[in-house]
Design a binder for this molecule. Structure first.
Ligand code: NAD
Length: 330
């Protein structure tokens, strides 16, 4: 049974990835960001059988020693830890550079010096900015419209540079908008579903016009695994989009969720949720043919199937109780 490391393991995508890795027979060293509550985040909710294959490592990607201890002795490193909220990146940009750029540098250094055979670095579709051509291929220009996106692109560039300079065996995975159970209310789908599940019929949102390519989290986890296990010559040193190729506006998404939850909704625009005009990314839709060609990956969930699973999660009162549905979650 091989041992792999995951940063950001206690988060939304990380916790699903940990489940995926254990289901595929791996032991997981899971970095959980050190905190004063001894909280292991979403990892606390996983089945005992899964957790029996998980070693929790409290640490911080900003601390090189933490990272070295985590990755030592592993066969693959999945680097997901990041600050991810775009609105908070307007308020606290320095912390985004510390975590997303310097944190990535620390992971790359550890992987390089310990000769780890494979690292997957997590990028984001936000690095493309509003689509200039659709669907978006990996050759689309990078246009960082928020401090978040700039910090993620910085990490991506370091990954490319470490491959070129030191032959570090790193792959960059660029997921488009991911959704599903456990996502925080900083994202639009949980914001809509959780407000409805808590009884609201007037939903508060930002801009309804932008379109996104929504990928169900189990498919995102499978994409990580696909690039981590593909032959090196097919993936190392390359960047891969992960998305469905489908596209829906936030407004149409709200209508669809209302229909699936069988409620009549009104939407109230909240100006504090609007991004500055030039920072809003108006259109994102993926061309993931490079990933499909290099691996056996393909998304297995339609938008509706993923939404139904997400709705079921939020309708469980024990899950809903973990959320603050009455505030704007930055
Ligand atoms: N959710 C999406 O739609 C999406 C899309 C594309 C890319 N991504 C990327 O996927 C990754 C995971 O995002 P997510 O949606 O699961 O968000 P998340 O906030 O749930 O997970 C991020 C995790 O990183 C951890 N973290 C933050 N700072 C840290 C530090 N200094 N040291 C160690 N851990 C730290 C957090 O505690 C958290 O658990 C991120 O790299 C994000 O940029 C997310």
């Amino acid at each position: 049974m091989s041992t792999v490391a995951v940063t950001g393991a206690e988060g939304f995508i990380g916790s699903h990835l940990v489940e995926h890795l254990v289901a595929h027979g791996h032991r997981v060293k899971a970095m959980v960001q050190y905190n004063s509550f001894s909280s292991y985040g979403w990892l606390e909710t996983l089945d005992k059988d899964v957790l029996s294959c998980v070693e929790i490592v409290l640490g911080d990607v900003r601390d090189p020693g933490s990272v070295t201890g985590l990755v030592k002795g592993t066969e693959a490193v999945y680097h997901l830890a990041a600050l991810i909220a775009i609105p908070y990146s307007y308020r606290a940009p320095h912390s985004y550079i510390d975590t997303n750029v310097n944190g990535t540098l620390n992971v790359l250094e550890a992987v390089r010096h310990l000769d780890i055979p494979r690292m997957v670095h997590t990028s984001t579709s936000e690095t493309y900015g509003t689509a200039q051509t659709v669907p978006i291929t990996e050759d689309h220009p990078i246009n960082t419209q928020s401090p978040y996106s700039a910090s993620k692109a910085g990490g991506d560039r370091l990954a490319d540079a470490y491959h070129s300079s030191f032959d570090t065996q790193v792959v960059v995975l660029r997921p488009f908008n991911t959704f599903g159970p456990r996502q925080s209310m900083r994202a639009v789908i949980p914001t809509v579903i959780a407000q409805i599940a808590a009884g609201a019929r007037e939903i508060t949102l930002g801009d309804l016009r932008p379109t996104r390519d929504f990928l169900f989290v189990k498919d995102t986890a499978a994409a990580f695994y696909a690039v981590a296990t593909a032959p090196a010559e097919a993936v190392v040193g390359r960047t891969f989009n992960a998305g469905t190729g489908g596209e829906i506006s936030v407004g149409d998404l709200v209508t669809l969720v209302g229909k699936l939850m069988e409620v009549d909704l009104t939407v109230r625009e909240d100006t504090q949720r609007l991004r500055p005009a030039n920072s809003e990314v108006m259109r994102l839709v993926a061309d993931a043919s490079r990933l499909r060609a290099a691996t056996d990956w393909a998304p297995a969930h339609s938008l509706q199937a993923g939404l139904e699973k997400t709705i079921a999660f939020f309708r469980d009162p024990a899950n809903l109780a973990r959320y603050k549905t009455d505030i704007y979650n930055v």
